[in-house]
Ligand binder design. Structure first.
Ligand code: ADP
Ligand code: ZN
Ligand code: ZN
Length: 741
């Protein structure tokens, strides 16, 4: 006897589970995961359509009460069957509910009524918004905090306008506040579209590949022709022409009648990038972005399924484009954090792409100048094929990088945000009418405390990550929960210049216009990009040399190509280094390398000035030398020592609850449960500890960390924990999410 798990209707979140049905004997041979079936449902046994999500030879329910499947649609298309397997794999790998995984993979056609509703949408960088949320929670802006918290918590980073005003008490003045600081945006359909028309983009002839690019392409083709066809990682320095290589590979696929998915981080989906793909492949290309309404996204997916388009370019969710003859998935800037979903299921696009490609006999190509440690370690072990691009096109040199020590500047009495070196270099470039980009690294900046005299940062003695400052001056570790009072003087050098680091792009702009009153300055941050199209407008104005200096946050470092930029200044390289996250050194190295890589992409050689309080840190040193290999070795040693991924596996159990006491108690028992089992599985339980943002939308948040070398053991432990939580009434009001690294 065979039983099938059937999910009834994925358009409603209510039936968040699968049901067990008996498979009639005549179907036993033919039925498969992913097929559409009709089953009797509910008291009246009304026939309903459902998806088969699993098959087994036993059922957890009383045999007599299990109903039989009525009909099986064996013609169910393989695309859907494959995507369903992807959903099942996501659920299995990352931990989630059936419905949520299905809804991640299958875009649901919403009713027109819903499409026209007004929505409140996140406009700013999520990390920047989270930081503001932390500040709002400390102050009196309760209604503001409630709204921002709700948006950040939501899966799509947007919530319904009517819901906000009814349930969250969002008033016009709250909305005005967020509109003015550019964090949120109220909108209906209109602003979800790209700020330019694809039809207006002129066609372009393919570029002639240089020798190194040709070699890369033929290496990749030979990998594809081999019997293994592993995922390929292209490690190419900034400006080496990875995009040209991608386009040649895409053409290969189109020639064979196959389809291609190209994932690009949302922030790099600018006119420049879109233009290159559309210019080359014309109307075969479709662009997805998260600003599309669900209806529009659905329509594009329908076009893809019908074969009206062959190349889908878009962020993470484009991975689920229902192409029927998928040949290749490209993931550009593979290291980007945006490829990991921040809401349940917390899938990673890279891992999911490899799974989908295997299922459909497609290839995967990853590219980055600064590969993630995960991808690079796999490339070194032979699980991926490594292909290198070591030179910029036409042998243009990488920029010269100067590191300046801000502690020394302070000692010499220079308290401004510009070191002497950077000021001199700027003066020189302005004199030559060349362009300058100034980058203020605020990513992941999370209220760490450091000394301006000696650069010392207060860290957790157990986890080697920075402590974050909380209310009343307490410093907290977000991994293990360790707490201490913020010191009044630096424990290293006794200086009283010890405090949280504060810096903004606006302040930077003021200072710089004082130093260089003649210079034309553009600023790009969440303030200046709040209106529709303003992001594009700033970029194109700078590209047209209508300004000499562009100051901005991480927004400006992503993939832009400004040939006249010959100087990049990084105002405070360390800010992201001190995020309380085990990946902070990796993120810093990536950001700095990418930022430095903006300089000298044209005919003139570029240089970069990197200002820092810790010039000897390996992230800074290796980024200054543009030496990925050296960085990788140092960072892997650290990960191995601390048992952080990819040296070990990590499962984060996120829990939230309205009742703090209940949460604390629940997490205490969850931790105890894990600790008991962990010895047998060789897993270490750390925490529970309050999360970075310890309260959102009146929900308290805590996390528990489980580290282990054996991924399967960690997954088994997760399942035991899931079962334990499901039957234990103490967890009833606690919302659990799992995050697998
Ligand atoms: P990456 O993505 O590796 O940073 P890009 O693909 O953006 O590099 O290429 C960097 C610059 O060099 C772009 O302006 C691109 O047009 C140019 N370029 C790269 N390869 C070629 C080529 N084979 N022929 C002409 N221009 C090229
Ligand atoms: Zn000090
Ligand atoms: Zn700690």
């Amino acid at each position: 006897m065979i039983y099938a798990d059937v999910v009834i209707d994925i358009t409603s979140g209510e039936l968040d589970r699968s049901f067990s049905y008996r498979v009639p004997a005549e179907w036993e041979e033919k039925i498969g995961v992913g097929m559409t079936v009709t089953v009797p449902f509910g008291k009246g046994n009304r026939p309903r359509r459902g998806y088969v999500t699993g098959l087994s030879d036993k059922t957890d329910y009383e045999e007599q009460r299990v109903k039989s499947i009525l009909t099986v649609d064996s013609s169910a298309e393989t695309t859907e069957a494959n995507l369903l397997k992807v959903a099942a794999w996501i659920r299995e790998t990352y931990g989630s509910t059936v419905i949520r995984s299905l809804r991640t993979v299958f875009p649901v056609r919403e009713k027109m009524k819903i499409r026209e509703k007004k929505r409140i949408v996140l406009k700013a960088d999520p990390e920047e918004a989270e930081q503001l949320l932390g500040e709002l929670q400390k102050g009196r802006g309760k209604a503001r905090a409630r709204l921002l918290g709700a948006v950040l918590e939501s899966e799509e980073k947007e919530i319904d306008y009517a819901y906000a005003s009814k349930e969250l008490g969002t008033t016009d003045s709250v909305l005005r506040y967020f509109r003015e600081n550019g964090i949120l945006l109220v909108d209906s359909e209109e602003s979800y579209r790209l700020p330019f028309r694809i039809e207006d983009i002129p066609q372009e002839k393919p570029a002639l590949l240089n020798d190194e690019q040709k070699a890369a392409v033929s290496e990749i083709r030979s990998e594809w022709d081999g019997d293994q066809s592993r995922p390929v990682l292209i490690h190419g320095v900034t400006g080496s022409g990875k995009t040209e290589v991608y386009m040649t590979l895409i053409q290969d696929m189109l020639d064979r009648g196959k389809q291609v998915i190209v994932l690009i981080p949302e922030i790099s989906l600018t006119y420049q990038t879109v233009r290159r793909f559309v210019g080359r492949f014309g109307s075969k290309v479709s662009i997805l972005n998260s600003r599309l309404s669900r209806g529009e996204r659905y329509d594009r997916f329908v076009q893809a399924k019908k074969g009206e388009i062959s190349v889908m370019v878009g962020p993470r969710s484009a991975l689920f484009t229902p192409f029927t003859n998928l040949g290749l998935i490209i993931i550009d800037e593979e290291h980007e954090a945006a490829y990991k979903s921040e809401s349940t299921p917390r899938y990673h696009a890279r891992e999911t792409a490899v799974f989908r490609a295997e299922l459909e006999g497609a290839h995967v190509v990853l590219g980055s100048a600064t590969p993630s440690l995960e991808a690079y370690s796999r490339a070194l072990s032979g699980e991926y094929r490594l292909v290198r691009l070591t030179e910029r096109h036409e042998g243009r040199p990488l920029p010269d990088v100067y590191v300046t020590d801000l502690r020394e500047e302070l000692k010499k009495g220079n308290r401004s945000i510009l070191s002497r070196r950077l000021r001199d270099e700027m003066e020189d470039r302005l004199g030559k009418h060349e362009q300058i980009m100034l980058f203020l690294n605020r990513r992941g900046y999370a209220g760490f405390v450091s000394c301006r005299e000696c650069g010392h940062v207060i860290k957790c003695p157990h986890c080697d990550v920075s402590l974050s400052q909380h209310m009343g001056g307490r410093l907290v570790c977000h991994y293990c929960g360790y707490e201490t009072q913020a010191p009044k003087v630096c424990p290293e050098c006794g200086s009283s210049y010890i405090s949280g680091f504060k810096a903004g792009t606006q302040q930077a702009e003021q200072v710089i216009s004082k130093f260089f009153p003649e210079a034309r300055i553009l600023r790009m941050d969440s303030d200046t990009t709040r209106t529709k199209g303003s992001y594009e407008a700033i970029l194109s104005s700078f590209a047209a040399h209508e300004a000499d200096i562009l100051i901005g946050t991480q927004m400006i470092v992503k993939g832009h190509d400004f040939p006249a930029v010959t100087l990049v200044g990084i105002l405070a390289a360390d800010l992201s280094l001190n995020a309380s996250d085990f990946r902070s050194a990796e993120r810093t190295f990536q950001l700095l390398t990418q930022a430095v890589g903006r300089a000298g992409r044209g005919v003139r050689t570029g240089s970069a000035v990197l200002q820092t309080y810790c010039p000897s840190h390996y992230s800074i040193q290796t980024a200054a030398r543009q030496d990925y290999e050296a960085f990788y070795r140092e960072e892997m040693a650290y990960r191995s020592l601390m048992d952080y991924p990819p040296a070990a596996h990590l499962l984060v159990v996120h829990a939230s609850c309205q009742n703090e006491e209940k949460l604390t108690q629940g997490m205490y028992y969850a931790a105890r449960f894990c600790t008991k089992l962990s010895a047998a599985y060789q897993i270490r339980t750390i925490g529970p500890a309050p999360e970075q943002i310890s309260k959102v939308k009146d929900m308290y948040r805590q996390a528990l960390y489980l580290k282990g070398k054996d991924d399967a053991a960690l997954k088994t432990l997760r399942k035991h924990l899931e079962d334990y939580i499901a039957i234990n009434p103490g967890f009833r009001d606690i919302y659990m999410q799992y995050d697998h690294y």
